[in-house]
Design a protein around this ligand. Structure first.
Ligand SMILES: O=C(CO)[C@H](O)[C@H](O)COP(=O)(O)O
Length: 229
C-alpha cells in the first residue's frame, strides 16, 4: 500500500522557548512540514509545558503550517476544545486518559480538527480497531512520554509494522481515507530510515532538529534517509 508523503514534525519541546515564534518560523523555513506541540500537565506525565494560549500566540505570530497538538493530559475533553479554538490542526490524546475514547474523538472532529490516538510503548493498539472511522492520526510513542532527549525504544519498530498493517487494511476498504502513522521519541537521522521502513509516515523529532546547528541540513538528511528507505 502506498504510504502518504512523509512529514517532518519538529517538537517545540526542544526549541529555545525564549524565542519560540522565531524558532518555529526558522524550522519551517528549513523544510519542516508540521509543528509538533507537546502538551504536558504534570499529572498524566511528570512535566509541565504549554497551554492553548501558546498555540494561539503562534497563530497570531503568523504560523500557518499545521499544528499537531499531542495532549499528554488527563482528562482530555476540556483542553482539546480549548486547543481546537486556539488553532490546532491535529489533536491527539492517549486513550487511557479519557473515559470515553469514541466521544472524545467525535468532539475533536466536531470542533473542526483532525483527531488521533497516541499509544505509549507498552500500550496495546486494541482500541484502535473500534474507532478507525474517527481517527486521522495514529501516534506511537517510542519513548515514555514526558521528556525530550530520550533513546528510541526498538520494540516500537515491531509496533509500527503492526499499526501499518491495521491502517492499510482499513484504508483498502475505505478508499479516500487518510490516516497518518506518526512516531515520536528518539528519532534521529541515523535511525529514521529504519523507522520509515517499519511503516511511519510522520516523524516527530525534537532534540535531533532543535539541537542541531543547521536545521535545514538535518531536515534534508532526514528526508533523504526516508526517501532511500
Ligand atoms: O512527546 C515527547 C516526549 O513526551 C517528545 O515529542 C519527544 O520525546 C521528542 O523529543 P526527542 O526527539 O528529543 O526524543
Amino acid at each position: 500500500m502506498a504510504k502518504l508523503a512523509p512529514l517532518i514534525a519538529p517538537s517545540i519541546l526542544s526549541a529555545d522557548l525564549a524565542r519560540l515564534g522565531e524558532e518555529v518560523e526558522n524550522v519551517l523555513a528549513a523544510g519542516a512540514d508540521i509543528v509538533h506541540f507537546d502538551v504536558m500537565d504534570n499529572h498524566y506525565v511528570p512535566n509541565l509545558t504549554f497551554g492553548p494560549t501558546i498555540c494561539e500566540a503562534l497563530r497570531k505570530y503568523g504560523v500557518t503550517a499545521p499544528i499537531d497538538v499531542h495532549l499528554m493530559v488527563e482528562p482530555v475533553d476540556e483542553l482539546a476544545a480549548m486547543f481546537a479554538k486556539a488553532g490546532a490542526t491535529y489533536i491527539t490524546f492517549h486513550p487511557e486518559a479519557t473515559r470515553h475514547v469514541d466521544r472524545s474523538l467525535q468532539a475533536i472532529k466536531a470542533a473542526g480538527c483532525k483527531a488521533g490516538l497516541v499509544f505509549n510503548p507498552a500500550t496495546p493498539l486494541d482500541v484502535l480497531k473500534y474507532v478507525m472511522d474517527k481517527v486521522d492520526m495514529v501516534l506511537l510513542m517510542s519513548v515514555n512520554p514526558g521528556f525530550g532527549g530520550q533513546s528510541f525504544i526498538p520494540a516500537a519498530l515491531t509496533k509500527l509494522a503492526e499499526a501499518r498493517a491495521l491502517i492499510d487494511a482499513y484504508v483498502a476498504e475505505h478508499p479516500g481515507r487518510e490516516i497518518r502513522l506518526e512516531i515520536d521519541g528518539g528519532v534521529k537521522t541515523d535511525n529514521i530510515a529504519a523507522i520509515a521502513a517499519a511503516g511511519a509516515d510522520t516523524f516527530v523529532a525534537g532534540s535531533a532538529i532543535f539541537g542541531a546547528k543547521d536545521y535545514a541540513a538535518t531536515i534534508s538528511a532526514m528526508k533523504a534517509a526516508i526517501a532511500a528507505a
